[in-house]
Design a protein around this ligand. Sequence first.
Ligand SMILES: Nc1ncnc2c1ncn2[C@@H]1O[C@H](COP(=O)(O)OP(=O)(O)OP(=O)(O)O)[C@@H](O)[C@H]1O
Ligand SMILES: [Mg+2]
Length: 447
Amino acid sequence: MADTPHQPSLPIADGGTALTSAAVDFARAQGVQASVAHSLEESRRATARGAKGATAQDVTLPDGTTFDLLAELDTRQRSRAAVASGETSLEASRRAAEPAVADYAPKPLYPPKFESVLSQASARALAQIASARPDGMIGDCDAMRQLAVDLDRVAPTSVSVLITGESGTGKELVARAVHDRSRRRGSFIAVNCGAIAPDLLASHLFGHERGSFTGAQQRHVGFFEQAHRGTLFLDEITEMPPALQVYLLRVLETGEVTRVGGSETIPVDVRIVAATNREPIQSIEQGKLREDLYYRLADFVIALPPLRARGSDVVLLANVFVERLNAEHGQAKQLAPDAERMLVRHGWPGNIRELRSVVQRAYLLSDGPLVRIPVLGRRAMPLHQDDSSIVFHVGMSYADVEREMLLKTLAKVDGDKTEAARVLGVSVRTIHNQLARLATGEDASHA
Ligand SMILES: Nc1ncnc2c1ncn2[C@@H]1O[C@H](COP(=O)(O)OP(=O)(O)OP(=O)(O)O)[C@@H](O)[C@H]1O
Ligand SMILES: [Mg+2]
């Protein structure tokens, strides 16, 4: 059976037991392709063919044991393996406990356990497929599938796009995807309107001529001109002063900018993508967003749902984040069996950004092969202002403090190690070394 890019395949090895038909039925019900192998050799070939597939194996096959095959796989392939065994020998149990074996269901098969072993193997396989997607946008719920369709439809056009959604729902990721899936050759320029002092925003956006104001020693080309033939992402659009919104609207209507202090009009071909985490209509009522600008920007509105409304995407995303960390650290960790329950129970006020930092923290703090998601209270993962402080308790070691500092900083800078190194005033290599120590469960104090 051919391997389609969005469907994992599951080679199932038949040791001559009832395992096979149960496994095949179950896998197919999960939307996973399943093929049956009758020997270790066939299973080996199926595993190699479906490089993206999960495997379910019976332990004893005519030409060897599953453990022999597992030993041949790399860590990524291994993390997709599920093993079911009728063997009760001490040797089988011992080998099943080796890190090479991702999950193990001893026989006689207890259906719920078997199901959970298989579904976790296929979840990991799906996560590996998902994480390989080029623009990194993960999601399988109806809303995200619809978004993918909408993106393909709107990206190649030049209409403005307004993206709304709570903090951490992926507005910037979507903005980049709009640009990447367009045929625009120019640059993607992102401007956070809330992060630039209001009186400097105009000259940042539209540029200025030399001497146009105190301190303007050089002529400056604004973001609009820099984004010529590309995409200008105006983040936090409601933070733009109203007077500037009026000017922006005029630029959008005429397709021309005038630099601050200049008189020449410069034609610009710029596609606008704007974003806000506020309700646009409410912002209009509050006078933060001009209605005329809103109608100009909202040719196409993408409303990103919060993570808590995306069903099992939270589990898929968590698996993807574990996969990415595995790839980065050369490990084969996986979510603990109760992770799913913990993940769907939490409300995720900080959405995908919060999920990513919870998974990263759990990953780095787990010293075995299982990543345990902690019980997350409503305030378990404080965000925004609280997220930027570290609490020291007497009795903490230097290593504890270092770890907190590193993890909080990384969460703040969206996992960007170069930026974390800059903020902490250390080299990128130091960050990498510390992360490697955490990922392998070694205490940071051995530095
Ligand atoms: N669907 C997704 N799949 C994978 N990663 C995602 C997805 N959505 C968001 N992320 C990741 O979550 C983090 C937050 O996303 P992003 O910065 O785009 O959110 P935002 O909506 O712009 O948040 P804010 O309003 O706080 O600026 C990023 O690291 C991003 O890569
Ligand atoms: Mg953002």
